[in-house]
Design a protein around this ligand. Structure first.
Ligand code: DSN
Length: 432
């Protein structure tokens, strides 16, 4: 296939939408082509199964179901009760915990509900220095978490001579928490490539009298498959998204083993921060949890990590510096300055996109550049692993990335790599 002819056959759904709205149908088809013919390396993205996607496009979107199973504010919720109950039961089985709220529309809304449920306005909480891999909802000044609560931050290890360079500084976590006595300690990150020691966080939380919240949005699929240690029984409260390594629909989820916390969370999600639940998305979550409970999902999660290690090893072999030296999970953070002092994450992201390799610029610890430029590039393997790529192909992907960056985005080189990307995509199609 030529790179100028990237069209795939219209689906039944395309035809249905096109009958009413050809403009939107054309854009959806174009986006599907884009996804089919590019390599998705954004660590927080994935390709859901056709069953998950189909569940979202159903009549369930027509219904208001404010409340919870058996306690709704609208009639006609019989099947919605069963669907939500199924989703809750499967989530509990998947993460081996006692309580689940499947209604949060997103990870940020799940986090907002936790703050509302467990903290008072102005309370102090501790989280990782945001520029070192945290998330907006972990205390960024413009976010609710930074506006209405007092965020204090713990650092990574920045001493080059320390073998744990750029890993969480647990001694400093303890120092920060003993000094500020936060009501809650937050762990779990958006760009942290190493295993999180939840037991150690819990010991610190107990010592300073804080609750421990784990936001496992990125690693949820790895946790569900037992490929990353579980935050349970250590965390009092766990939040996650459902669409990253967990490979479900775009959404959020809150888990706990504590009945009292569970009651507060239910009230905080509804009516605290949300109205009607997105029942079509909750059905898709149920389908995704069912998929994640299968042995094949464990194999998938193991391969995600093996692929990340293959990609990381190949990049290091080509002279790239990875934050913390490597990865234990699905993602890595490339410090581009190790290869070329002038190279920014913004340039790398743009050039790679021209070659059909989709990534995102990301700050590295102590990054002197602004977030719109950055010195880093975040890469993850969940989506490529879903397509069936394995270690050998990830080494090839490292080669393609290096060709583009080494040529500083030269158009001819990008066009050649683009063709190799399309060939790879054709060999490893997206789930249909
Ligand atoms: N925006 C997500 C990410 O890309 O990591 C975090 O929510």
């Amino acid at each position: 296939m030529s790179t100028t002819d990237l069209t795939s056959a219209p689906t039944e759904l395309d035809r249905t939408i096109a009958e009413t709205d050809p403009d939107v149908a054309r854009l959806i088809a174009a986006e599907r082509d884009r996804q089919e013919h590019t390599l998705e390396l954004i660590a927080s993205e994935n390709h859901t199964s056709p069953a998950v996607m189909a569940a979202m496009g159903t009549c369930l979107t027509n219904k208001y179901a404010e409340g919870y199973p058996g306690k709704r504010y609208y009639g006609g919720c019989t099947f919605h009760d069963e669907i939500e109950e199924l989703a809750r039961e499967r989530a509990k089985r998947l993460f081996k915990c006692q309580f689940a709220n499947v209604q949060p529309h997103s990870g940020a809304q799940a986090n907002m509900a936790v703050f509302l449920a467990l903290l008072q306005q102005g309370d102090t909480f501790a989280s990782l220095v945001l520029a070192d891999g945290g998330h907006l909802s972990h205390g960024m000044k413009l976010n609710f978490s930074g506006k209405y609560f007092n965020a204090v931050h713990y650092p990574l290890i920045y001493d080059l001579d320390d073998p744990r360079f750029e890993q969480i500084d647990y001694d400093a976590v303890r120092d920060v928490c003993m000094e500020h006595k936060p009501a809650m300690i937050l762990c779990g990150y958006s760009a942290y490539p190493r295993v999180i020691d939840f037991a150690r966080f819990r010991a610190i939380a107990d010592e300073c009298g804080a609750l421990l919240m784990a936001d496992i949005a990125h690693i949820a699929g790895l946790v569900a498959a037992g490929v990353h240690p579980s935050p349970f029984p250590h965390a009092h409260i766990v939040t996650t998204t459902t669409h990253k390594t967990l490979r479900g629909p775009r959404g959020g989820l809150i888990l706990t083993n504590d009945e009292d916390i569970a009651k507060k969370i239910d009230r905080a999600v509804f009516p605290g921060v949300q109205g009607g639940p997105l029942m079509h998305v909750i059905a898709a979550k149920a389908v995704a949890f069912h998929e994640a409970l299968q042995t094949s999902f464990t194999d998938y999660a193991k391969q995600v990590v093996a692929n990340a290690q293959a990609l990381a090893g190949a990049l290091v072999g080509k002279g790239y510096r990875l934050v913390s030296g490597g990865t234990d999970n699905h993602l890595m953070l490339v410090d581009l300055r190790g290869k070329d002092a002038d190279l920014t994450g913004a340039d790398a992201e743009r050039w790679l996109e021209q070659a059909g390799i989709i990534t995102n610029k990301n700050g590295v610890p102590k990054d002197p550049r602004k977030p719109m430029y950055t010195s880093g590039l975040r890469l993850g393997t969940p989506a490529l692993t879903t397509r069936g790529l394995k270690e050998n192909e990830l080494q090839l992907v490292a080669e393609l990335i290096d060709r583009v960056l080494d040529a500083k985005g030269d158009e001819t080189v990008c066009a050649q790599v683009r063709q190799d990307v399309v060939d790879l995509c054709e060999r490893f199609p997206m789930p249909h």
